[in-house]
Design a binder for this molecule. Sequence first.
Ligand code: ADP
Ligand code: MG
Ligand code: MG
Length: 259
Amino acid sequence: MTTLEIRDLHVTVDAGDGPEAGDGVKEILRGVDLTVRSGETHAIMGPNGSGKSTLAYSIAGHPKYTVTSGTVTLDGEDVLAMSVDERARAGLFLAMQYPVEVPGVTVSNFLRTAKTAIDGEAPKLRTWVKDVRTAMDELRMDPAFAERNVNEGFSGGEKKRHEILQMELLKPKVAILDETDSGLDVDALRIVSEGVNRAKEGTDVGVLLITHYTRILRYIKPDFVHVFVDGKVVEEGGPELAQRLEDEGYDRFLTPAKA
Ligand code: ADP
Ligand code: MG
Ligand code: MG
């Protein structure tokens, strides 16, 4: 049983758009509370610019985001004190952790290196090769994809498949998926969602699914839905809340000045 606990998290970003140091500092997260346990799927839904990606980046340890107060713990361990690598070894999977191109590193090498780093030992070659092949097959990925350099010239859909391939193989305790649905056509969305569902079935992973649209929730069923507006959770419920957002949009949650 694993618990990711976020308490009263405040985060600023330095947009760097003023002449003086500190001019561009804006508070984006304004007191986020959220608890994700093993086996649970939480959807975070909110309008563009509400701070959803900032939440994901902050948990990932992106240097651009400064935590000014609050806590993030994984089974009581202080995540904010960990390096990015330590977060991965602790069992956090953050899809945006490897967003950049890695010249000269193939998908195949990258996956094996990541698996070795996280498990503390190299995977058994024979089962590993088979696991990779099976997962790629199920995600309808051409085997040649494994020999391409990470993220180099990947299409939007290939990036998403590569993320889910990592999630399936690295078997994290908690996976944070930011806008996994963006830029996918219906077929790709179904294939990627099935990958997430397989990962959920095969393990006890807790999932934090960040999305603007309700469409992905037809394929990946959330246990809890959190409405995220203006840097914090403003309403929580079960799957019925996603249906309500689909019908009514976010207007009801926006302050009049912003609606
Ligand atoms: P969402 O993912 O919900 O669309 P974001 O977290 O991407 O929202 O952005 C929330 C707010 O923070 C926006 O106003 C955005 O412009 C600002 N922001 C986020 N990241 C940065 C950054 N690196 N530099 C400057 N502003 C940022
Ligand atoms: Mg947002
Ligand atoms: Mg975003």
